[in-house]
Design a protein around this ligand. Structure first.
Ligand code: SAM
Length: 213
């Protein structure tokens, strides 16, 4: 058995049992992506417990249940073009890439984290994630439009460029609220505008940028 394979399966089983994870595709993806390769070595043994962990620069890798819930709520399917704002460790982007089976663009504003994310992603064996350094509140027009956009940092509001860079029929998931406490907002873009649905409370690090904090 590969390293931590049993721990990974048990993590997924617990997420399913507690109702956080419903999509079989996401279950398979989370069983595959080696989360322990995305956290600092001194906390590696905690990689499969359900909480966020520090990844340096004052940032965190999100808790597995949050990754699961977000992937489920996005309704990810094979072939979709996805933008992640807040690459952090690169873990969430790999889970997304496992499901959509095509290149994922992941933006990160902190250069050192972006460099580490690229290393983590390569070590985990993924070649289909493009980590871009920049202010993700402006989106990434070069790759637009996207079928799905996920933001993994908390914003005071929904950045307009992200709505613009979404296809009609696309979904955007973003924590919106105060600096350290938010609710997860699902934004669906239709022909006649956007519909917003609040999915529940969450706590993310701040989204810092032109259309964020
Ligand atoms: N998804 C990440 C993972 O799998 O490890 C965890 C993301 S962490 C909770 C949030 C990240 O968003 C941090 O790395 C932070 O530097 C980044 N961030 C904050 N504001 C940003 C912005 N405007 N553009 C891009 N990244 C940003």
């Amino acid at each position: 058995m590969a390293v931590y394979e049993r721990e990974r399966e048990e993590m997924v089983d617990r997420l399913v049992a507690s109702g956080y994870l419903k999509s079989p595709r996401v279950m398979e993806a989370m069983k595959k992506v080696p989360r322990h390769l995305f956290v600092p070595e001194d906390v590696e043994a905690s990689a499969y417990y359900d909480y966020p962990l520090p990844i340096g620069e004052g940032q965190t890798i999100s808790a597995p249940h949050m990754v699961a819930m977000m992937c489920d709520a996005l309704g990810l399917e094979e072939g979709q073009k996805v933008l992640e704002v807040g690459a952090g460790s690169g873990y969430h982007a790999c889970v997304v890439a496992e499901v959509v089976k095509r290149e994922v663009v992941a933006m990160e504003r902190i250069e050192r984290l972006a460099a580490r994310a690229r290393e983590n992603i390569a070590r985990a064996g993924y070649g289909n994630i493009r980590v871009v350094v920049g202010d993700g509140t402006r989106g990434y027009a070069e790759g637009a439009p996207y079928d799905r956009i996920l933001v993994t940092a908390g914003s005071p509001d929904v950045p307009e460029p992200l709505i613009e860079q979404l296809v009609v029929g696309g979904r955007l998931l973003i924590p919106v609220g105060e600096m350290y406490v938010q609710h997860l907002l699902l934004v669906t873009k239709g022909e006649r505008g956007v519909e917003k649905t609040a999915l529940g409370g969450c706590m993310f690090v701040p989204l810092i940028g032109e259309h964020g904090w």
